[in-house]
Design a protein around this ligand. Sequence first.
Ligand code: FE2
Ligand code: FE2
Length: 201
Amino acid sequence: METTDVKNILGLQLPTDPRWVNLAGISLEEILTDHAYCEQKAATSCISLIQRYSDKDKLVRELSPIVTEEWGHFRLVLAELDKRKLKLGKQRKDDYVNELMKFQQKGGSQEDHFLDKLLIFALIEARSCERFKRLSEGLEDPYLRNFYRRFMESEAGHYHLFIELAETYVDKTKVRQRWQEWLNYEAGIIQTLEVRGDRMH
Ligand SMILES: [Fe+2]
Ligand SMILES: [Fe+2]
């Protein structure tokens, strides 16, 4: 995938999350730890969606294998830590996700709520994809570059799936409109994180 393709697919307002610009200043242990939790959260988020929306057949069928895939990702990251005798550190507070949650519609219809959930997950997948792209280009070790390239492709697929699920259950025009609102809001979060100089979650 070329850089421009990724940008087009993601449709994000800003190309790069500033938390991931200065890779040299971040230890591999921190990168892998942060990544491990991101995969773990992806798996548990899919499980929550399945539990909450068990009446939506397509969602249940499509997200079930993603749970396995995300958990597999978590195990791959653990294996990389073990291989290097690095430790899985503590989970950090996730300011990015916490800020995203604030934009969810309060008091809207069930459909609005459902749509927001799917779009939040789409955004998180899109940003993961972008982060992995950054790592696949910025790390020194060719093995790790390839490692992250594969993650990048996988998360891009998940981003697509969440948008596709939204369009399955909600009117497409409404999905597009709300997605645009989310993109604008998300761009603001990234800017705030940049101003505060946060490096990672
Ligand atoms: Fe993943
Ligand atoms: Fe994912």
